[in-house]
Design a protein around this ligand. Structure first.
Ligand SMILES: Cc1cc2nc3c(=O)[nH]c(=O)nc-3n(C[C@H](O)[C@H](O)[C@H](O)COP(=O)(O)O)c2cc1C
Length: 338
């Protein structure tokens, strides 16, 4: 079975990719994903805040030296009060990971505002990143900031990262734009080599007994794949950028559904946290068995079979699907005994 695919211009042995998560925080985790058939591994994120902390630390050191006198040779600048960020250990881990496996290791840079911090992407490239995944995670809590400003910020951050590196850059984006498709087209036109759909927002819960907001990361369920799958089916062949699916991949069928919608690669994080990195092998085997059973000789042959055709009016198509689903539900639930 030919499972090869191309993502961000990189040839991959398989379309199943380990998404950014704590699984890749150890070398063993990275190796296990690759050994079990992942086409690529996206490392956990380096955060803007960590890079900025490092910038501030460097600045404090420089300023302290500037104010010291020549005769005060034994003088050491006071240690900066900010904590050192994770940039240096991240880059070390990236370098080791890239050297340890045969598949591409993609570095993840996670931030929300334009600025000099994005130049760390160049160090990621030097450390062996085959590509950069730029996770722009911003909840526009300032209620006076309008959508266009948020969108422009995405393009500005992308431009800064693209200018810093020569490796491909993918953007992991939010589904919460008023027109996610237009945002995808704008990022595509601005040179994004890939679009990762979608960022999964970690929404806090409420502990009603303690009357407290309870933050925390929950793992996904397959039903959550419907939203990114809808947009992948719409964007397939409408953008030049590669399409990566992320969210809700638990079984081989979930991988297949994303490929049929038109994804170039299918990422998984929650399932690896639940079952361990060896689960990559299960997903690859189940995908392979499905392709075989359905008479496809390759992943490429199945890709996009259920995408929204280029000649279809996508707005009308989605509206028709919505109305049909509600009519079905009315038929089914409208007859329930009261
Ligand atoms: C515990 C946990 C940690 C994560 N860490 C990161 C991260 O560092 N960077 C990132 O871009 N995404 C991160 N993600 C998001 C995943 O990469 C993925 O996009 C999301 O969980 C949806 O995929 P899934 O349904 O397979 O989990 C994390 C997800 C989880 C559950």
């Amino acid at each position: 079975m030919d499972l090869t695919t191309s993502y961000l211009g990189l040839p991959l042995c398989s379309p199943v990719v380990a998404s950014a998560s704590p699984v890749s925080m150890t070398l063993d985790g990275v190796r296990a994903c690759a050994d079990h058939g992942a086409g690529a591994v996206v490392l956990y994120s380096l955060f803007e805040e960590e890079v900025r902390a490092r910038e501030v630390a460097d600045l404090l050191l420089t300023e302290a030296h500037e104010h010291s006198f020549g005769e005060a040779q034994g003088y050491f600048p006071e240690a900066p009060t900010v904590s050192f960020g994770g940039a240096r250990p991240y880059l070390r881990h990236l370098e080791r990971s890239a050297a340890a496996v045969d598949v591409p290791v993609i570095a993840s840079l996670n931030g929300s505002s334009p600025g000099g911090w994005t130049s760390i992407a160049a160090s990621m490239e030097s450390a062996g990143a085959a590509a950069i995944e730029l996770n722009i995670y911003a909840v526009p809590g300032d209620l006076t900031v309008d959508g266009r400003v948020v969108e422009d910020r995405h393009l500005e951050i992308l431009a800064a990262v693209k200018a810093a590196v020569s490796v491909p850059v993918a953007v992991k984006l939010s589904p919460f734009f008023s027109a996610p498709g237009a945002m995808a087209l704008a990022l595509d036109a601005a040179g994004a080599d890939g679009l990762v759909l979608f960022n999964r927002f970690l929404q806090p819960d409420v502990d009603v007994e303690a009357q407290r907001v309870r933050p925390g990361a929950t793992l996904s369920v397959p039903a959550e794949a419907r939203l990114p799958r809808t947009w992948i089916a719409l964007l397939h062949r409408r953008v030049r950028a590669s399409l990566a699916a992320t969210t809700g991949v638990e079984s081989g069928d979930d991988v297949v559904a994303y490929l049929l919608a038109g994804a170039d690669v299918v990422m998984t994080a929650s399932a690896l946290l639940r079952h361990g990195p060896a689960h990559v092998g299960t997903l690859v085997d189940e995908l392979s068995a499905w392709l075989d059973r359905k008479g496809y000789a390759s992943v490429a042959a199945a890709r996009g079979v259920l995408a929204v055709g280029a000649d279809v009016d996508a707005t009308a198509y989605e509206r028709a699907g919505y109305v049909r689903a509600l009519r079905d539900a009315q038929g089914r639930y409208g007859r329930l005994p009261s």
